[in-house]
Write a protein that binds this ligand. Structure first.
Ligand SMILES: [Zn+2]
Length: 187
């Protein structure tokens, strides 16, 4: 695949993916609505530039945030496994679930339930994968800041694709999906 500068695609200015929140992985994304808008540059953030600490300081549109709670917030994963792949993060920079306060645990749970209802409503998905990878050895892309994955699944979501091609087919762009979920989120 041709490589482009992270902030430019054929002369069009795009977001620098390393400055946005998300959990990088080994996959490349095939953005199917039209041509690739940004390229993951594979940078791992250090503790001074944690993307999940930085995201709430930016606008919802910039950070792909769909909802903000008192102790935790919800955003689209910049590196989704499927369209509508959300992350629920506490505002506090804590690494593992056992470090979360009862208030954080409760709100992460509530936001996860709401996210499931909203995503099911807007995307008609058939199921979900939900979970937290605790520690880099367990697969956490950003192990330093706790985040719960909510991945919608469809009966025909072609999950063999990443195995054969190290590529994800994503039929919708992140900004579009963010707006739809944010608008459907109960006030
Ligand atoms: Zn953090």
């Amino acid at each position: 695949m041709t490589s482009y500068g992270a902030d430019e695609f054929e002369g069009i200015q795009t977001d620098v993916s390393s400055e946005l929140a998300g959990v990088p992985d080994a996959f490349q994304r095939l953005w199917t609505p039209h041509r690739l808008v940004y390229i993951q540059d594979g940078q791992q953030p250090d503790e001074h530039s944690c993307p999940f600490c930085r995201a709430p300081e930016l606008s919802d549109e910039q950070s792909l945030i769909v909802a903000r709670g008192e102790h935790a917030y919800v955003l689209l994963n910049l590196f989704p496994y499927n369209s509508g792949h959300l992350l629920v993060c506490p505002y506090r920079h804590i690494a593992t679930y056992d470090q979360a306060t009862p208030e954080e645990v409760a709100e992460i749970g509530e936001l996860t339930q709401t996210a499931m209802r909203v995503v099911k409503d807007v995307s008609r998905c058939d199921g979900f994968n939900i979970g937290m990878n605790q520690g880099r050895i367990a697969g956490a892309g950003i192990a330093e800041h706790l985040h719960q994955h909510i991945v919608p699944r469809w009966a025909l979501d072609a999950n063999f694709f990443p195995i054969i091609a190290k590529t994800k087919a994503l039929p919708r762009l992140l900004g579009e999906v963010r707006q739809e979920i944010a608008e459907a989120w109960p006030a």
